[in-house]
Structures are given as C-alpha cells and as structure tokens.
Design a protein around this ligand. Structure first.
Ligand SMILES: [Zn+2]
Length: 535
C-alpha cells in the first residue's frame, strides 16, 4: 500500500475545510453565489498558507454544475474531473520553471479557444513573480481584455515583485500566516481521523515550528509519525525527530562561564571553530539558551515557553540554579553586544574571546561599567558646581550627561579645571602626612605598586575616601582581586599607624584621567587656600 503524504491526503477540497483564511473564503463564496466572478485574481502570502489550494477550489466552484452556497458540490462531473486532475479546464503553470515569454505565449494562444466542457478555463500561475519582464508584458495584453470564459489566478510569495500594471488588473487577496491555534486544531482533527495517538503538546510544538504554514505543519507531522510508526507521538519524540537544536554545546559553554573557567571557554570556542560552525549563529543560539535558563529560573513552570524535552528541561533547571538572574541578564547583555559587534567584524574570534574573558572575569567588565557610571556622575557634579541648576526647573539627571544647553555661562568666576571636594576629612590629611610611614609598614609587593609613577593618591568628591588611581591595570587588579585582601592589608596598616578606619578605593584610569586629577597633597593645599579666601 502506497503512503499518501498527509498534506495531499487532507488537502481541502471545499472552502469550508480551508483553515485560517476566513476573510478570503467568505469573499470568494459570495462572488460565486452572486455570479460576480472576476477574471484575474492575485493570491499573495507566505508558503503553505493555502494559495494553490484555494485556487483549485475556486476553479472547481466556478465550473460546478450545482454549487452549494458558493462551494463546489464535489459530486457533479466537472467537480470530479477537476478533483482527479483530468479536466482540461484547469491549467496549472509554475512560473519558477516556465518564466519565458514563449511559455506565456503558449497560454495566450490557447486562451483563444472556449472550453469544450464546463463554463470556465482557469489558469493558475504559481510563483508568478518569477516571470521575465517580457513575459509579464505578454500576459498583460491578455489580462486587459480576457475572453469571458477565462479566469487567471496568479499566486505569489513576493507581491512586491509584480509590476504595477499587472497588480492594477487583479483582485488581490492576502493570505495570512496561520496561527498556532488554528494549525494545531487542524492537526488534532486529522490525527483523530487517522486514529493516531498524539499528545496535544506535540502538535503545538509542530505547529510552532511550521511558522504559519499548514503545509509545513503537515509534512513535519508526517515525519514524526513515520519515525514512530504505531506508537503514541509524544512531545519528547517530536522534539527528537524535528531535531530541536542540540543544546549540549550551549550547556557546556554555560557551565564553563558559570565556573568562571576562561580556559574551558577558550577550548570550547576552539572546538566550535574547528568544527566549522558559524560563530554568529553559535552566539545567537547561546543567547537563546540563556534566555531559556532565565525563564526557567524566574518562573516556577516556565516549560511552556521553552521548547525542550523533559530531560533537557530538568538539566536546564539544575543549570539555572548555578547563576542568579542578574548574572544571567549580564551574560545575555554581554553576548548580545558581542553578537552586534561581530556581525561585520573581521576579527570575530578575537572579539568573541574578549567577551568570554569579560564574562569569566567580572572585575574586568565591572571596571568599565563603573568607569562609565563614574564619568556620568562626574559630569552631573560639574554642572551642579557651575550652577546650571540655578534655573530651578532643569532636571539635570533626567537630561543626562549632555543636558546642559545654554547653562554653561551661569557662574561668573572662572572655574578651576579640576573639581575639588569641598573639604578633605582630617583622616585623609593624617594619612597624607604619614604616608611614608604607612608604606614602610606594607609588604614589598604592595609597596611596589604604590610608587608615584603608577599610583596617584586622590580624594573622592565627598572628601571622605582615599582613591588610589592606577594607570597600570595589573596594579589595580592586585588590590581588588581575592576579596580585596591586599587593600585590607593597607587599611590595617593605616589603622595601626594613623588610628583611623579609612575608606579606600583602588581604581584603574586612563593616562589622560590620571594627568587631569590632583594628588592628595595638592588638593589639601588648594582647599586650605580656598577656605582662607572665603573667610
Ligand atoms: Zn460540482
């Protein structure tokens, strides 16, 4: 017994069986009922939405001897002949392979002869946008004055490629993508008729993958059934057959990231490159995987929004516990940025490696993020100092860092180039005085990083904290890594020598920022001077 594909076997033979295109079906039925049949139709829409199917039903309906409410009866001679494709009245042409002017001329010659049986000759031209310009021109002449017994149905997935002269002579119908609900309901109905046991969830998954195309949905369902012939089709089986992407590589990468294993990430990237996989695609897939983890993490069930087998889902649930939501969002952010960057980049691999280093060494990224935040706070403080806020209405924060239109010259005195804190705490003054003593209390390595050539001591804007500015990233990392162990050593020494609990921040700056900032002792001198003038 030969097997008939589902989409052939269940191709609708009357209007009412056509799913998801109600607006079109209703209009066509009305036209037939009232005998106001057009001579040129244009059916547009993505693949598998029913264009050819509706065209064939229409061909049957206009030729039917006893149409019922605009639909073909399915029983008269014409209906049966057209149904079994033995009627000379329905001529199908695929413009993808017959696009020359000669192909069209052949049709035009034939159009001259009235039908030997039935009422209408129906020409269905599929993929009509593929016709050559000359072929379109030849067709246009016939479309302008068609014989009364001829109907043209032009079908296309790309309506924008049809010349306007043709468009203006056709009744246009836009076929919509079919909704997941409609497709899965149809699949369910057919499976009941076929007496195949199948999980609803499996059908929904198939409908989703089919992306609005009923024909694709039926072919996919066919594949699944053929693979598990005689067994119940479950969601897990459907996932397996339709090759939901193998997520193991994403899972491995995620685990490396979560373990902060830079080397593991690099090795896996290497593997991916060697296997010839596209880097863009890999990153996109990884972002999607992380999105799924996030959904699983934040929702109790979450499984509805994530297409994965039960086994995969359980594995992802475990994984989602390794990193909190903020962490996942950070991953997604960095990788999305990367995905934009590498689209047109030549050094895709290097950029990708940098991103993974950022992911695994949070301090590196945090530094840049903090930098930009500090830069913005700086900008706002500068505006406050310059009195831009005088107008009273301007919401400086909301205006962002650039929001200073016209406010620059409010203050009259010339401002110093570097903003000074209003005061420097006495503690910091003491630290400044006893700095040499403090240095000698430190370990050799700590001392080596605090030399003036790479480290400048400066003061936070509130005048409360000592800021160690490093132009050398290694030096900054030295004080900030390992839970700031080395920074704590410095604090202890200061506390022992000066008797104060000082707030200390180690930060890395560009050489330019470094040049533009003042040293602690310079600041103390300046402030002292200012205060004297004002009093
Ligand atoms: Zn009929």
């Amino acid at each position: 017994m030969s097997y008939t594909a589902l989409y052939r076997k269940f191709r609708p033979s009357e209007f009412d069986e056509v799913k998801g295109q109600d607006h079109i079906v209703t209009t066509l039925k009305n036209e037939i009922r009232t005998e106001r049949i057009g001579h040129a139709y244009l059916f547009c829409g993505t693949r598998g939405t029913g264009k050819t199917t509706v065209a064939k039903i229409l061909a049957k309906a206009v030729n039917c001897e006893h149409p019922v409410d605009g639909s073909p009866c399915g029983e008269c001679e014409m209906c049966r002949k057209i149904g079994s494709q033995t009627s000379m009245n329905v001529i199908e042409m695929d413009a993808a392979s017959n696009n020359s002017v000669d192909d069209i001329r052949e049709i035009i010659d034939e159009v001259q002869y009235s039908p030997a049986e039935g009422k209408y000759k129906v020409y269905i031209i599929d993929e009509v946008h593929m016709l050559s310009a000359a072929a379109f021109n030849a067709l246009l002449k016939t479309l302008e004055e068609p014989p009364s017994y001829v109907i043209f149905i032009l079908a296309t997935t790309e309506a924008h490629k049809i010349p306007i002269t043709i468009l203006s002579r056709c009744q246009r119908y836009d076929f919509k993508r079919i909704s997941i609900d409609t497709i899965s309901a149809r699949l369910k109905d057919l499976m009941e008729r076929e007496a195949v046991e199948v999980e609803d969830k499996a059908l929904r998954y198939i409908a989703k993958v089919a992306d609005g195309s009923m024909r694709d949905a039926l072919s996919l369902l066919d594949q699944c059934i053929a693979f598990y012939l005689g067994e119940k089709l479950t969601y897990d089986k459907a996932i397996e057959v339709l090759g939901a992407v193998d997520t193991s590589v994403y899972s491995r990468m995620f685990n490396n990231m979560a373990d902060l294993d830079v080397i593991g990430c690099m090795k896996l990237l290497d593997e991916i490159m060697i296997s010839g996989r596209d880097l863009n695609q890999f990153i996109t897939g990884l972002v999607w995987y992380l999105r799924n983890l996030m959904i699983i993490a934040v929702s109790a069930g979450g499984s509805e929004m994530v297409d994965a087998s039960t086994e995969q889902l359980e594995q992802m649930r475990q994984e989602s516990k390794k990193v909190d939501e903020t962490g996942l969002i950070r991953y997604i952010r960095i990788l999305s940025e990367l995905s934009n960057q590498i689209k047109y980049a030549t050094q895709k691999r290097v950029l990708t490696e940098v991103a993974f280093v950022k992911l695994c060494v949070p301090e590196m990224e945090k530094k840049t993020a903090d930098d930009s935040l500090l830069a913005r706070i700086d900008a706002i403080e500068k505006k406050l100092e310059k009195g831009i806020i005088v107008s009273g209405q301007t919401d400086i924060v909301a205006n962002g860092q650039q929001g200073n239109a016209g406010g620059e010259d409010v203050s009259e005195t010339k401002q110093p180039e570097i903003e000074l804190p209003k005061m420097v705490s006495d503690d910091l003054k003491k630290i400044n005085e006893k700095w040499q003593q403090i240095l000698s209390g430190l370990s050799v390595s700590s001392r080596s990083f605090l030399t003036p050539d790479i480290c400048k001591k400066t003061v936070s804007q509130d005048g409360e904290k000592l800021i160690l500015q490093f132009t050398d990233a290694t030096a900054e990392a030295y004080f900030n890594r390992y839970d700031k162990r080395n920074l704590d050593e410095l604090k202890t020494v200061i506390s022992n020598i000066v008797g104060v609990d000082a707030g200390i921040v180690a930060e890395a700056v560009s050489p330019e920022q470094n040049r533009n900032s003042l040293d602690l002792s310079q600041i103390i001198d300046k402030i002292h001077f200012d205060v004297q003038i004002k009093n």
